[in-house]
Structures are given as C-alpha cells and as structure tokens.
Write a protein that binds this ligand. Structure first.
Ligand code: AFP
Length: 313
C-alpha cells in the first residue's frame, strides 16, 4: 500500500499517547483529552451556525443560544460528568459553578469561545482553558497545573502544557488530534508585534515602547482574536502580544483568569514570558472572577524591554 491516510495515522503520535509518554498524571490526561474532544463539538456548532441565525430564533421557533453560550453549555455538561472537576468558572457565567461532588481534584476556568465577534468575519477564534488544583483565587503559579487552547481556523489545532513543555496537535480528517509540534521553544527575540487598544488611549510609556519596536522593524500582526494572535507568536517562535493599560481602563481589557493566566502558562513553558509590564502574570493574586490586567506576552527580549520602558529601569 502507498502513502495513504492509514499509513499517516499509523506513524503519527496522538494526544493520549503523547501525554502518557510525557508522564502526565492519569486524571489530568483524561481531562485534557475530554476537553480536546469537546473542541470538535464546539467546532461543529460554529459550522452549523449561520450569522443570520445566531442569536435569533431558529426554524423551530426556539430561542437559539449565542455561539459562546452554546460552547459554554457543551463544556459544562461534559465536565460535570467527567468525575475530575470540582468547580467550573466560565467567562460566560457570573459565578463559579460547583459541578462535582466536592472531592474532585481540579478546578476549571474557561473562555469557551474567545473572539466570538470574529465569527461573522470568518477569522479564527478559540477556546481557552485553565486547569487548577485547590482553588482559582490565588497566584496562577501556585494553582495552575495545565492549560490548553483550541483554535478554530482553516485547521483545528490544540496546544497544551501540563508543565512538561508546550505542544501542538492538529485534528486530522479522521478526528484524531495528532502531534504537529513538540516542545515548542520561542526564540529570545522575535520580529512580530500584536497590539490591542486605541493608540490615543495608550500611556506615554507604552507609546514609546511601541515606537521602539517600530524603529526595530517589527511587523504588525493583529487579528483581534487573542487565541490566534497568541498562536501566531508561538508558532512563529517569537514576537510580542500586548493589550496594555489604557488611560480610561488602567487594568486593560483582558481577563486574568480566563485569558491571561492560561496563555502565560503555555508561553512560559515555551521559554517565553508574560507580565503586566512589571509583574509576572502568574504572580498576580486573583481576588475577583472578572479581574483584568494589562499584558505583555511573548519572547523574553520584548517582554523585558516593555518592563524597561514602563518602569524607566
Ligand atoms: P470578543 O470575545 O468580544 O470578540 O473579544 C475578543 C477579545 O477578548 C480578545 O480575543 C482580543 O484579543 C481582544 O478582545 C480584542 O480587543 P479589541 O477589539 O479592543 O482589539
């Protein structure tokens, strides 16, 4: 037989095998696997949705859920019966949900469909998950045991780290997540920058930092979707994403628990850094579900430079 699909599958490393070989603890790898599978259902919802129907009534005259709410339901329903999850905190809900019996090991944070406003433009969007032990209200460095994100683009990809490097998988045509990039490592310095917030709202220090990147010849890459924008920095092996403190919102836009902590974990595991301009994202104590923070995340050089510009040291 020639080089058919079955040959490809035979030699590819699937997600479960990869986690097992990497020594990821059994419950954790089952959990990561289950969430990755949920990505297929969320992706199916995205396909089935139609921009005219989303948020409106469907043909049976029932209220149709917005896509981000559907994605949240899919995750919550699955995690509820996983047997491994005690609490579920979602960007789509006002309070933490107790979904386990009380003795489960893990606490989940989810941004079920980040960038959902990009669906109608047909740009990539994603799901972001943080997996914590003991609590979510602490410094991420003390509670996060794993993080993952799924991108819904021309390909569906899944990136995870369980504290043993950062790895990317691609969903193949047979519905298997197969390893595409193992132990991704960012370069010390990249050449792309991704910038959130209106320029007129930036602080003078941040503006000077961006001007520095511009004189250094960095190329602008910003889609408005946190997942694909971070994924670009990761897969291109370097660069910077920032959503800074703004004059009107000194804590920036993005949320610590749902967006920033999981991505900081993944980028650190890939040899990069993530700060709010001064402090490391994973050292910031979380007191509130909706706590926001400025973010500078990517290659070490660019994140360190941001600190120099912001602190004057
Ligand atoms: P939505 O989920 O409302 O589309 O917001 C996306 C997002 O939270 C994040 O994915 C982007 O990085 C950021 O907002 C983009 O914000 P701007 O629209 O202000 O550039």
């Amino acid at each position: 037989m020639g080089e058919g699909i079955s040959d490809y599958t035979k030699f590819s490393v699937d997600l479960r095998r990869h986690m097992w070989k990497a020594g990821v603890e059994m419950e954790l790898r089952r959990l990561i696997w289950q969430i990755a599978v949920m990505g297929k259902y969320i992706s199916a919802k995205i396909h089935e949705s139609n921009r005219k129907l989303a948020g409106f009534k469907n043909i049976f005259d029932e209220e149709q859920l917005d896509l981000d709410k559907s994605a949240d339901e899919i995750l919550k329903n699955q995690l509820q019966y996983s047997g491994f999850v005690r609490e579920y905190a979602s960007e789509e809900r006002d309070a933490v949900m107790q979904i386990g019996q009380g003795n489960e090991k893990y606490f989940i944070t989810a941004d079920p469909l980040d960038g959902s406003s990009l669906v109608e433009t047909n740009l990539a969007i994603g799901t972001i998950i943080g997996i914590h032990k003991e609590s979510i209200f602490a410094e991420g460095r003390n509670t996060l045991v794993a993080s993952m994100y799924i991108t819904y683009g021309p390909l569906i990809t899944m990136v995870y780290s369980a504290g043993k490097g950062t790895h990317e998988f691609v969903l193949n045509r047979e519905g298997e997540y197969v390893l595409s990039e193992e132990n991704i490592q960012l370069r010390e310095r990249g050449d792309i920058y991704s910038l959130g917030g209106l320029r007129r709202e930036w602080t003078p220090e941040h503006l000077k930092y961006i001007e520095f990147l511009e004189t250094e010849g960095y190329k602008l890459r910003y889609s408005g979707g946190f997942v694909p924008d971070i994924n670009q920095v990761l897969i291109k092996r370097g660069g910077i994403f920032t959503y800074p403190a703004l004059k009107k919102s000194p804590k920036g836009k993005l949320r610590l628990l749902f967006e920033l902590q999981p991505m900081a974990f993944i980028i650190e595991q890939a040899g990069g850094k993530a700060t709010d301009g001064k402090e490391e994202i994973l050292s910031i104590k979380v007191d509130d579900l909706n706590q926001r923070s400025a973010i500078y995340i990517g290659s070490r050089f660019e994140v360190e430079k941001a600190r120099e510009f912001l602190t004057g040291r």
